[in-house]
Design a protein around this ligand. Structure first.
Ligand SMILES: [Zn+2]
Length: 161
């Protein structure tokens, strides 16, 4: 498994967004979140589909994603969450590098609970480098990464299971 030249998740800059890592996976803060706490779990190396993971890796992926979710629930004082994977272009995948969206949810954070998906689609429809795409500043990103890095470490020390 190697990096892919034109893939944003394989680009060296992605390391600025990483706040947790386990095994072959990273948790990154989304530079263009649809709600506060919107993160992604990705394999560090370029894997396009969940079908490209071994069963052992799939187990690591889900366990890590749940740990990341616990961190987000605590940090953003959330009581629910959405998980989403769009696997292949025909399913709406815009970046062909496996990524699980994790979106912490709080009561009344959107007019309708299910609006998160249309927001996700709208956000992804805007080009990655578009100036129209709402993005965090570097300072905001650094802040969230630092806060979540510490929170993930604290939860790990408390023993996840
Ligand atoms: Zn990639």
């Amino acid at each position: 498994m190697t990096a892919k030249a034109d893939c944003p998740f394989c680009h060296a800059d992605i390391k600025c967004s990483v706040f947790a890592e386990e095994g072959i996976f990273w948790a990154i803060y989304n530079i263009a979140p649809i709600l506060p706490g919107h993160c992604l779990v990705i394999p560090r190396a370029h894997v396009e589909s969940i079908m490209g993971l071994s069963e052992e890796e799939l187990g690591q992926f889900v366990v890590f994603a749940r740990r990341v979710t616990k961190t987000l629930l605590k940090t953003f004082d959330a009581s629910g969450f959405d998980w989403a994977i769009q696997d292949a272009q025909e399913a709406g995948q815009t970046v062909p590098h496996l990524h699980l969206h994790i979106i912490p949810r709080t009561p009344n954070d959107l007019p309708n609970e299910s609006d998160w998906y249309s927001r996700l689609e709208q956000r992804q429809a805007q080009a990655i480098d578009s100036t129209h795409r709402p993005r965090l500043t570097r300072d905001q990103l650094d802040h969230y990464v630092a806060v979540l890095c510490e929170a993930f470490g604290d939860l790990r020390n408390e023993n996840f299971s």
